[in-house]
Write a protein that binds this ligand. Sequence first.
Ligand SMILES: [Ca+2]
Ligand SMILES: [Ca+2]
Ligand SMILES: [Ca+2]
Ligand SMILES: [Ca+2]
Length: 405
Amino acid sequence: MSVVARLLGALLLCALFAAPAHAQNPYAAVFKDQCCYLTLESGEVAGGQFFEFENSGAAWDVRNLKLGIAGPYERDSPFYHPSWYELRRPARLPVQAVLNGQRARFGFAIQAPANVGTQTVYREHFQLVAEGEYWVAGSEVYLDYTVLPSVPPNVGFTSIPAAVNRSGKLEVSVDATDNRAILRVEFSVGGKTFTVAAPEADGRTFKLSVPAEEVPAGSHTLIARAVDRVGNFATATAAITLTLADRDGDGVLEDTDCNDRSTAIRPGATDIPANGVDENCDGADALPLVNAAFSSQWVASTKTTRVTSLKIKGVPMGARVEVRCAKRGCPFSVRRFTARGGTLDLRRQYFRRAKLRVGTTVEIRVIVPGYITKVARYTMRKKRTPLTAYLCMPPSAAKPTRTCA
Ligand SMILES: [Ca+2]
Ligand SMILES: [Ca+2]
Ligand SMILES: [Ca+2]
Ligand SMILES: [Ca+2]
């Protein structure tokens, strides 16, 4: 084939395609519905666009029937969106086939052109096309889009308290406006960000209302960032202080109250042993005290005291018992043994003949793992029964003390 013939052939094809209003065009459509004439900010994306047609000609097939850009044909649309089926084809047939008399809706999204400096109205033409064959007769349609310049919003606080207690609500309002629409306002404070998408009834007040305990205590800078639909934003800042709560009113603020919703739990409270609750906030539940009872009888003279009875009742089986004696008259300094349980007679075992001098101490410890050791301490006195102290000693302690809560 000569070059001229080939050129002619190409021209003929172009002519066929570019001038589809052709006697043999078997395709035809009747316009039924469309959406929408929109006002958009430059760069804004809008979904929900569609045209609906009824097929009044040959059958449509998903393999070639599309909604194309027209007026003129095959131009690049300034409203192109990456969701389009092809560069100049916003949508294809949404079902496999549409026969004569049936309808089809071609849905698509658009994006307004960027960098529109002044308000501009665009008339965008579309038409159905049977790809590689004909533009479908009777399907010429258009939508008008009004595009506004891209302008950032304005935002300012209208209500902000200087201080908020963490037991209450953090409530802050801004006035946010835009030449088109505010998409959302983001409030950032103390490392937290809260997004408010819907304005109040006036359409421009955006109100934050969240539990104040979501924000850490302390002084913060609160930033309100108003964002429009194309990502332009404006910010406003204000100082705000979150103060510590005392929710249970027990006088202990939440930073030291290990349960700020119970008055029974706070530093200084009585820690009930072995109930699984750390009532006094020292980091652990109190251990139970060894369950054993001391009893004693003594005869004291001017210089010495004799033991007439020294017993421990209710000693748990396997408990370790320590008997300590200090200063003059002691038959020993320390004795240790494992108890078989029940009542122990320490006089018979250790003090039958002892003459304990004034000032001598006898100390008895009953030790069970996982319990607070129970201690009795007797200090000999002149012509009086010994000074008696019942003490306790947590497993970690070095010395007995009066209280172990
Ligand atoms: Ca409290
Ligand atoms: Ca409390
Ligand atoms: Ca407890
Ligand atoms: Ca505790």
